[in-house]
Design a binder for this molecule. Structure first.
Ligand SMILES: [Zn+2]
Length: 149
């Protein structure tokens, strides 16, 4: 959830993500509602307000995630933790399909896609339009994980 994040830290998180949501990869210029910092591990679970625990997220992903840190893999019904943009590469858990749907490739990926509702029709339609215009997904050189910093 959105809690107070000091402006310099907020700027650093935003810049590190190249202004893209670190869950659905949408650029902040391509949506109406502002992107915001997400505590990957919510403060109520002991997560810190630090670069290592913050992700830049679109409003919809952040609202769907809330303070959750785990969910159910819809394929196995097992409880699994959610994707962490700080410690894992997006491509490890997700595939972007040609129809702009995000496919969860792993239990973590499937649970995250389901909980964050990454394939809501309006979001998929926006992504498909951006794909057609060559504006989505972001280029591979965008730093979507700490590994590329
Ligand atoms: Zn998003």
């Amino acid at each position: 959830m959105s809690e107070y994040v000091p402006a310099p830290l907020r700027r650093a998180i935003r810049q590190r993500a190249n202004q893209h949501c670190e869950y659905c990869l949408i650029h902040e210029d391509d949506v109406l509602l502002s992107h915001e910092p997400d505590h990957i591990i919510a403060t109520k679970h002991g997560g810190k307000t630090s670069e290592a625990n913050l992700a830049w997220t679109c409003f919809l992903c952040n609202r769907a995630k809330g303070s959750d840190i785990a969910s159910i893999d819809p394929e196995t019904n097992e409880i699994v933790r959610l994707f962490s943009p700080r410690s894992e590469a997006w491509e490890t858990h997700f595939d972007l399909q040609s129809n702009a749907n995000v496919l969860g490739k792993t239990p973590i990926g499937r649970a995250t896609v389901a909980l964050l509702k990454l394939n809501r029709v309006p979001q998929v339609e926006i992504r498909r339009t951006l794909m057609d215009a060559g504006l989505y997904p972001p280029l591979d050189d965008s730093s979507m994980s700490d590994e590329s910093l």
